[in-house]
Ligand binder design. Structure first.
Ligand code: COA
Length: 149
Protein backbone atom coordinates (compact mmCIF):
# COMPACT_ATOMS: atom_id res chain seq x y z
CA UNK A 1 0.00 0.00 0.00
CA UNK A 2 1.49 3.31 -1.09
CA UNK A 3 0.91 6.60 0.68
CA UNK A 4 0.35 9.79 -1.30
CA UNK A 5 1.08 13.27 -0.01
CA UNK A 6 -0.03 16.61 -1.38
CA UNK A 7 2.65 18.19 -3.58
CA UNK A 8 3.76 21.55 -2.25
CA UNK A 9 2.13 21.14 1.12
CA UNK A 10 4.40 20.15 3.90
CA UNK A 11 7.66 21.26 2.31
CA UNK A 12 10.03 22.31 5.03
CA UNK A 13 12.73 24.66 3.77
CA UNK A 14 15.24 23.40 6.26
CA UNK A 15 18.54 24.13 4.53
CA UNK A 16 19.94 27.47 3.47
CA UNK A 17 23.01 28.25 1.38
CA UNK A 18 25.03 31.39 0.85
CA UNK A 19 25.97 31.54 -2.83
CA UNK A 20 29.74 31.90 -3.00
CA UNK A 21 32.24 32.62 -5.81
CA UNK A 22 33.04 28.89 -6.29
CA UNK A 23 29.33 28.21 -6.96
CA UNK A 24 29.13 30.47 -10.02
CA UNK A 25 29.17 29.63 -13.72
CA UNK A 26 31.01 31.59 -16.42
CA UNK A 27 28.01 33.91 -16.82
CA UNK A 28 28.20 35.08 -13.23
CA UNK A 29 25.11 33.24 -12.04
CA UNK A 30 24.66 30.15 -9.91
CA UNK A 31 26.07 26.99 -11.55
CA UNK A 32 23.36 24.36 -11.97
CA UNK A 33 25.80 21.58 -11.09
CA UNK A 34 26.42 23.08 -7.65
CA UNK A 35 22.70 23.25 -7.04
CA UNK A 36 22.18 19.62 -8.06
CA UNK A 37 24.98 18.47 -5.76
CA UNK A 38 23.33 20.31 -2.85
CA UNK A 39 19.89 18.88 -3.65
CA UNK A 40 21.21 15.33 -4.02
CA UNK A 41 22.88 15.59 -0.61
CA UNK A 42 19.77 17.15 0.93
CA UNK A 43 17.62 14.36 -0.51
CA UNK A 44 20.04 11.71 0.78
CA UNK A 45 19.86 13.17 4.31
CA UNK A 46 16.06 13.35 4.11
CA UNK A 47 15.85 9.73 2.90
CA UNK A 48 18.20 8.51 5.66
CA UNK A 49 16.06 10.22 8.29
CA UNK A 50 12.80 8.91 6.82
CA UNK A 51 13.98 5.33 6.18
CA UNK A 52 16.29 4.98 9.18
CA UNK A 53 19.05 3.58 7.00
CA UNK A 54 22.35 5.27 6.09
CA UNK A 55 22.59 3.05 2.99
CA UNK A 56 20.35 4.81 0.47
CA UNK A 57 21.16 5.61 -3.15
CA UNK A 58 19.82 8.03 -5.73
CA UNK A 59 17.79 6.10 -8.29
CA UNK A 60 16.09 8.82 -10.33
CA UNK A 61 15.92 12.59 -10.65
CA UNK A 62 13.07 13.65 -12.91
CA UNK A 63 12.88 16.72 -15.12
CA UNK A 64 14.52 19.72 -13.51
CA UNK A 65 12.88 23.02 -14.21
CA UNK A 66 15.33 25.89 -13.66
CA UNK A 67 12.93 28.82 -13.33
CA UNK A 68 15.20 31.57 -12.02
CA UNK A 69 18.78 31.94 -10.91
CA UNK A 70 20.84 33.37 -8.11
CA UNK A 71 23.87 35.64 -7.93
CA UNK A 72 26.92 35.69 -5.71
CA UNK A 73 25.94 36.66 -2.19
CA UNK A 74 22.30 35.57 -2.54
CA UNK A 75 20.75 33.36 0.10
CA UNK A 76 18.84 30.35 -1.13
CA UNK A 77 16.71 27.80 0.69
CA UNK A 78 16.00 24.18 -0.21
CA UNK A 79 13.02 22.08 0.76
CA UNK A 80 11.92 18.49 0.27
CA UNK A 81 8.85 16.48 1.04
CA UNK A 82 8.19 12.76 0.69
CA UNK A 83 5.43 12.18 -1.84
CA UNK A 84 5.40 8.40 -1.98
CA UNK A 85 6.67 5.56 0.19
CA UNK A 86 7.22 2.51 -2.00
CA UNK A 87 8.34 -0.94 -0.88
CA UNK A 88 12.08 -0.24 -1.16
CA UNK A 89 11.96 3.32 -2.50
CA UNK A 90 11.13 6.80 -1.32
CA UNK A 91 9.98 9.49 -3.75
CA UNK A 92 10.45 13.15 -2.87
CA UNK A 93 9.61 16.53 -4.38
CA UNK A 94 12.15 19.35 -4.16
CA UNK A 95 11.87 23.12 -4.37
CA UNK A 96 14.69 25.68 -4.16
CA UNK A 97 13.91 29.36 -3.59
CA UNK A 98 15.94 32.55 -3.71
CA UNK A 99 15.42 34.29 -0.37
CA UNK A 100 16.59 37.62 -1.79
CA UNK A 101 14.47 37.80 -4.96
CA UNK A 102 11.72 35.55 -3.50
CA UNK A 103 11.64 33.63 -6.76
CA UNK A 104 11.55 29.87 -7.16
CA UNK A 105 14.92 28.80 -8.57
CA UNK A 106 13.89 25.27 -9.42
CA UNK A 107 11.48 22.50 -8.73
CA UNK A 108 11.95 18.75 -9.18
CA UNK A 109 8.79 16.69 -9.22
CA UNK A 110 10.37 13.31 -8.43
CA UNK A 111 13.59 12.34 -6.72
CA UNK A 112 13.66 8.60 -6.03
CA UNK A 113 16.00 7.03 -3.49
CA UNK A 114 16.29 3.29 -2.88
CA UNK A 115 16.85 1.61 0.48
CA UNK A 116 19.87 -0.72 0.22
CA UNK A 117 20.62 -3.74 2.40
CA UNK A 118 23.94 -5.30 3.45
CA UNK A 119 24.19 -7.22 0.16
CA UNK A 120 23.95 -3.98 -1.81
CA UNK A 121 20.51 -4.75 -3.21
CA UNK A 122 17.16 -3.04 -2.56
CA UNK A 123 15.41 -4.13 0.64
CA UNK A 124 11.99 -3.16 2.04
CA UNK A 125 12.12 -0.22 4.43
CA UNK A 126 8.74 -0.86 6.05
CA UNK A 127 7.64 2.77 6.31
CA UNK A 128 4.49 4.36 4.89
CA UNK A 129 4.34 7.75 6.62
CA UNK A 130 6.54 10.82 7.02
CA UNK A 131 8.28 11.25 10.35
CA UNK A 132 8.83 14.76 11.66
CA UNK A 133 10.99 13.52 14.52
CA UNK A 134 14.35 11.80 14.77
CA UNK A 135 12.85 8.52 15.85
CA UNK A 136 14.25 6.56 12.87
CA UNK A 137 17.76 8.01 13.06
CA UNK A 138 20.38 5.30 12.40
CA UNK A 139 22.55 4.27 15.33
CA UNK A 140 26.28 4.97 15.26
CA UNK A 141 27.14 1.29 14.74
CA UNK A 142 25.00 1.22 11.57
CA UNK A 143 26.93 4.04 9.95
CA UNK A 144 29.37 3.16 7.13
CA UNK A 145 33.15 3.28 7.66
CA UNK A 146 32.80 4.03 11.33
CA UNK A 147 35.05 2.53 13.98
CA UNK A 148 34.06 2.24 17.61
CA UNK A 149 34.23 5.57 19.41
C1 COA B 1 19.37 1.44 -6.94
C2 COA B 1 19.56 0.06 -7.56
C3 COA B 1 20.20 -0.87 -6.53
C4 COA B 1 18.15 -0.44 -7.88
O1 COA B 1 18.28 -1.59 -8.61
P1 COA B 1 17.01 -2.13 -9.44
O2 COA B 1 17.43 -3.38 -10.11
O3 COA B 1 16.41 -1.03 -10.26
O4 COA B 1 16.02 -2.50 -8.27
P2 COA B 1 14.49 -2.78 -8.34
O5 COA B 1 14.02 -3.06 -9.72
O6 COA B 1 14.23 -3.80 -7.25
O7 COA B 1 13.83 -1.40 -7.90
C5 COA B 1 14.07 -0.87 -6.62
C6 COA B 1 13.11 0.27 -6.40
O8 COA B 1 13.45 1.33 -7.29
C7 COA B 1 12.30 1.68 -8.07
N1 COA B 1 12.76 2.02 -9.39
C8 COA B 1 13.53 1.26 -10.22
N2 COA B 1 13.73 1.91 -11.35
C9 COA B 1 13.09 3.10 -11.25
C10 COA B 1 12.95 4.22 -12.13
N3 COA B 1 13.50 4.25 -13.33
N4 COA B 1 12.22 5.25 -11.68
C11 COA B 1 11.66 5.24 -10.46
N5 COA B 1 11.77 4.22 -9.59
C12 COA B 1 12.48 3.16 -10.00
C13 COA B 1 11.44 0.44 -8.10
O9 COA B 1 10.09 0.77 -8.34
C14 COA B 1 11.66 -0.09 -6.69
O10 COA B 1 10.89 0.65 -5.78
P3 COA B 1 9.75 -0.04 -4.86
O11 COA B 1 10.39 -1.24 -4.22
O12 COA B 1 9.43 1.00 -3.85
O13 COA B 1 8.62 -0.38 -5.75
C15 COA B 1 20.45 0.08 -8.82
O14 COA B 1 19.72 0.64 -9.90
C16 COA B 1 21.72 0.86 -8.60
O15 COA B 1 22.61 0.41 -7.89
N6 COA B 1 21.80 2.07 -9.20
C17 COA B 1 22.92 2.95 -8.97
C18 COA B 1 22.62 3.85 -7.77
C19 COA B 1 23.72 4.87 -7.54
O16 COA B 1 24.87 4.52 -7.49
N7 COA B 1 23.31 6.11 -7.34
C20 COA B 1 24.24 7.18 -7.11
C21 COA B 1 24.37 8.04 -8.31
S1 COA B 1 25.64 7.47 -9.38
Amino acid sequence: MRSQYAHADGINFSTRKWVRPEDMNANGSLFGGSLLRWIDEEAAIYAIIQLGNPHVVTKLISEINFEASAREGDLIEMGLVATEFGRTSLTMRAVVRNMITRKTILSIERIVFVNIGPEGVPVPHGYTEITYDRDRMPHADEMPNRDED
